[in-house]
Structures are given as structure tokens and as C-alpha cells.
Design a protein. Structure first.
Length: 71
């Protein structure tokens, strides 16, 4: 019984720390600068930069975004 409680507590802690990490990752991406935007056919490709990373975002006709991080 004690092992089950400890396991459950560990799972709760892992979920909590993971959600904090995801929130911090989301917030850090809010301060990106647009470096360039290119339209190729039906795709819009935007290069975004922050202090340490460069992100390439591709949008196809207002559909889903795909983002690639490059350094």
C-alpha cells in the first residue's frame, strides 16, 4: 500500500513538473522576432528568431502549422 501511494505521488509530481515545463516553453516562444517571410506556391514560410534559436514555420493555406527549430 505504501508503494502505491509513493508511486501515485511520484506520477503527480512528474505531471506537474512537465506542465510547468510546457508552460515555460510556450511563454519563451512568445518573444520571437520575424526575420523573413517567403511565399512559395500555397505555402507561407516564416523564419522566427529569439536570442538563442531560429524557428522555421510553414503554413499551408491557413491550415496547420509545422515548426522546425534550427540553430
Amino acid at each position: 500500500m505504501k508503494n502505491r501511494i509513493l508511486s501515485l505521488l511520484l506520477i503527480i509530481i512528474l505531471i506537474f513538473t512537465n506542465s510547468i515545463s510546457l508552460a515555460n516553453d510556450y511563454n519563451s516562444k512568445q518573444n520571437l522576432n520575424v526575420n523573413e517571410t517567403t511565399i512559395i506556391g500555397e505555402s507561407i514560410i516564416t523564419v522566427l528568431e529569439d536570442n538563442s534559436n531560429k524557428y522555421v514555420v510553414e503554413e499551408i493555406e491557413g491550415g496547420p502549422l509545422s515548426r522546425k527549430r534550427t540553430n
